[in-house]
Write a protein of this length. Structure first.
Length: 361
C-alpha cells in the first residue's frame, strides 16, 4: 500500500516522477514539428520572394521613371539657360521683344463666334500650349530689364557733365581729348623688372605747344590710381587741365568707351586723339587716329601732328567734325602736307598773276 500511495503522490506533485517525461514528450513533439516545418517555411519564403520580386520590379520602374524625369527637367533647364545666354549675347532687349511679340500675343487668341467645335478646341490647345513659353519669355525680359537697369548704374559715366563749364571768355576754345596708353605713353611688363612706363617721343613738347590753342583733357579707360601717378610725372608743368579715368567711361559689351557727349562741351569743338580712336570712342566723327606707339625710338607721330592741330585752331572752323571727315581714309599728316603745298602753289600763282597785271597796267 505504501508503494501505491507513493506512486499516486508522485503523479500528483508537479516536477517529479512522470511529469518530467510528459514535458519532455511535449518538447520532443515541438522539436519534431519544428523539423517538419522547413518545407512549409521554404514554400512561404518562396512566396515572399516571389512577392518581393514583384515589388522590386515596381520599385525599379519607379526609379527609371524618376531618373528619366530628372534627366528631362535637367535637359530642359540646360536648353533654356543656353537659349537665354545666347539671346542675351546676340540680341538687345528691344530686338527680343519684337521677335517674340507674336508668340506672347498668341496666348490671348480669341476664337470667332462662328467657329466650329474643332476650331475652338484647336484654338484652346494652341493658346494653352503657347502660354508656358510666352510666360517664360516675359519673365526673362523682366529679369533682363531689371539687371540692365542695375548695371547701368555702374556702366554709365559717373556724371552727365564730366567737365565744369567753360569760362565766358573761353567759349571759343577747342577741346583736345587725348588717350593715354599707346598714345602718350606705353606701359610694359617684364619678369626681371615688373611694370615700367615709357614716355612717347615728343610728348612734352606736344603738350606744351598745343596748350596755347586747346583745352587739353586726358581721357583714359584705366583706374585713376593708375592715371594720376603717371600724369603727375608726365605733365609736371600742368598743361593738361583735366584727367578722366575709368569711372567716366561708358561700359558697353565688355569694353570701356569714351563718351564725348558727356564732356559738357560743344561736340563741334572737340577732337579725340588716340592710337585706337575708332575702337575706344562712341563718337567716331570726333576721332583723330594716330599710329599706336609701342616703344619705337624714332617715332615722330605726335610732333608731326602739331602743324595740323595748330592750323585748325588758328583758322577756327565752325565744325571740327567736317574738317576731320574731309581727311577720312587718309593719313592726316601726309594729306595735310599735300594740301599745304597745293595751297602755297596757288598763292604763288596768284602773286605772279598780280605782278603780271601790275606790269601790264
Amino acid at each position: 500500500m505504501s508503494g501505491i500511495l507513493r506512486f499516486k503522490r508522485l503523479l500528483l506533485i508537479p516536477g517529479r516522477g512522470v511529469a518530467p517525461r510528459r514535458f519532455s514528450a511535449v518538447s520532443e513533439a515541438s522539436v519534431v514539428s519544428s523539423e517538419a516545418n522547413p518545407r512549409q517555411q521554404i514554400s512561404n519564403e518562396g512566396a515572399e520572394q516571389s512577392g518581393d520580386g514583384n515589388g522590386g520590379g515596381f520599385q525599379n520602374k519607379e526609379r527609371y521613371a524618376t531618373r528619366f524625369l530628372k534627366f528631362l527637367l535637367g535637359g530642359t533647364f540646360t536648353a533654356a539657360s543656353a537659349t537665354a545666354a545666347y539671346a542675351s549675347y546676340a540680341y538687345t532687349t528691344e530686338e527680343i521683344e519684337q521677335m517674340t511679340a507674336s508668340m506672347r500675343n498668341s496666348t490671348t487668341y480669341t476664337v470667332p463666334d462662328d467657329a466650329s467645335a474643332l476650331d475652338r478646341v484647336r484654338g484652346f490647345l494652341y493658346s494653352t500650349t503657347m502660354a508656358v513659353p510666352a510666360k517664360a519669355t516675359e519673365l526673362y525680359l523682366d529679369a533682363r530689364r531689371t539687371i540692365e537697369d542695375y548695371v547701368k548704374g555702374f556702366a554709365a559715366p559717373s556724371s552727365d557733365k564730366l567737365l565744369p563749364d567753360l569760362a565766358p571768355q573761353e567759349q571759343h576754345v577747342f577741346t583736345l581729348v587725348l588717350d593715354l596708353n599707346e598714345t602718350l605713353i606705353f606701359s610694359d611688363w617684364k619678369r626681371d623688372r615688373g611694370w615700367k612706363t615709357f614716355k612717347r617721343p615728343g610728348v612734352e613738347a606736344f603738350l606744351e605747344h598745343l596748350a596755347h590753342y586747346y583745352e587739353i583733357v586726358v581721357y583714359s579707360d584705366q583706374l585713376n590710381m593708375y592715371v594720376d601717378p603717371i600724369m603727375e610725372r608726365l605733365d609736371q608743368k600742368g598743361f593738361v587741365r583735366y584727367r578722366l579715368s575709368r569711372d567716366a567711361t561708358q561700359y558697353v559689351n565688355g569694353k570701356h568707351y569714351r563718351d564725348l557727349s558727356k564732356l559738357n562741351r560743344d561736340p563741334a569743338k572737340v577732337i579725340y586723339l588716340s592710337g585706337h580712336a575708332l575702337e575706344t570712342c562712341l563718337q567716331h566723327e570726333n576721332a583723330l587716329p594716330i599710329k599706336p606707339w609701342k616703344l619705337e625710338p624714332d617715332d615722330t607721330a605726335l610732333l608731326d601732328l602739331i602743324p595740323f592741330l595748330e592750323y585748325v585752331a588758328r583758322h577756327h572752323p565752325q565744325d571740327l567734325r567736317e574738317v576731320l571727315a574731309s581727311y577720312q581714309g587718309e593719313d592726316v599728316v601726309t594729306e595735310f602736307r599735300k594740301r599745304t603745298k597745293e595751297h602755297q602753289r596757288r598763292l604763288e600763282e596768284q602773286k605772279q598773276q598780280g605782278r603780271f597785271w601790275r606790269r601790264g597796267s
